[in-house]
Design a protein around this ligand. Sequence first.
Ligand SMILES: Nc1ncnc2c1ncn2[C@@H]1O[C@H](COP(=O)(O)OP(=O)(O)O)[C@@H](O)[C@H]1O
Ligand SMILES: N[C@@H](CCOP(=O)(O)O)C(=O)O
Length: 312
Amino acid sequence: MSMRVRAIAFSSSANLGAGYDVLSMSHRAFNDVVYAELLDSGEGKIFIETDSSVPTDPSKNSASVPVEAIMEDYKIKGIIKLKIVKGIPPGLGLGSSGASAVAAVAAVSRLLDLNLSLEDIVKYAVLGEKAVSGSPHPDNVAASAFGGVVAVTSHDPFRIVRVAVNYDFKIMLIIPRLATGVGKTKRARELVPPKVELNKVVENARYLSSLMVGLIKGDRNLIQEGMNDSIVEKAREPLYPYYPKIREISLKYNSVGVCVSGAGPSVLVLYDEETELEKIKLGATDVCRGFGFDCDFVTTEIGGGVKVEGLD
Ligand SMILES: Nc1ncnc2c1ncn2[C@@H]1O[C@H](COP(=O)(O)OP(=O)(O)O)[C@@H](O)[C@H]1O
Ligand SMILES: N[C@@H](CCOP(=O)(O)O)C(=O)O
């Protein structure tokens, strides 16, 4: 049994258009590192140390809530210290809560020799998402655990497949400098309509099919057409009124695809050598400024899955 373990999990962009709670892509833009350690003495079951703004109350942190469940299930008696080094800015639609949860579960699995599978890691990590957003949505955690582009094909039990990506695109994240406040994803989920018209469902099925076939075949047009959503992105537009204009500019300058990253406010742009990236940046900057804020651009690539190492 290792005494101290470190796990690293990447940021992610969920939904990818019409794949609400199903599709997600991990990226190397940011990562969270979680150190897990068994303590001999102390109070409570879990002790959190972090230099970031995320809650240190174990019942409110997406990293500790799943670890508490593991300790219950496996009847672990000791105290676990989780040191959370946040590289992924929270509340920006970049899967920050999910990555912490995945890294914590993977680290504790190694620390306690539990040998959890990636699906098991997802099963526990969604409890962290539930604690912060009210819903155990699995898409971000699946991408941070497995890496690449993932599809959650079953929820109970969890089954996740990695989607083959046969088109050579790069990623740009447009990150508004906005303070989204506590419970951003929870509020965004409350805007999703409980019922939708069949024509919208058919439209979304078309988008999703185009994106899947486009990624697997390496067909640029299908990817571009497929990254779209008539239901969830539309319903949440009041949260990101700048998005339709940024989408229009991004497509005008020939991005490979564009969508809202998770529940926003960030925007995911896929690009290649045919894309006029600088024009998209200039246009997006103007749009954001028109709405009274600045934005940052991070260019990156698809990320791998969670990595774990024993330290002593
Ligand atoms: N370990 C954690 N990492 C990130 N956010 C956390 C963590 N624990 C709790 N939170 C809270 O979760 C919220 C961010 O999660 P969420 O709204 O789902 O956005 P995102 O996952 O896109 O960053 C914030 O209110 C943050 O304080
Ligand atoms: N499918 C979820 C994804 C939320 O991602 P986040 O990174 O914004 O927390 C949703 O759209 O609600």
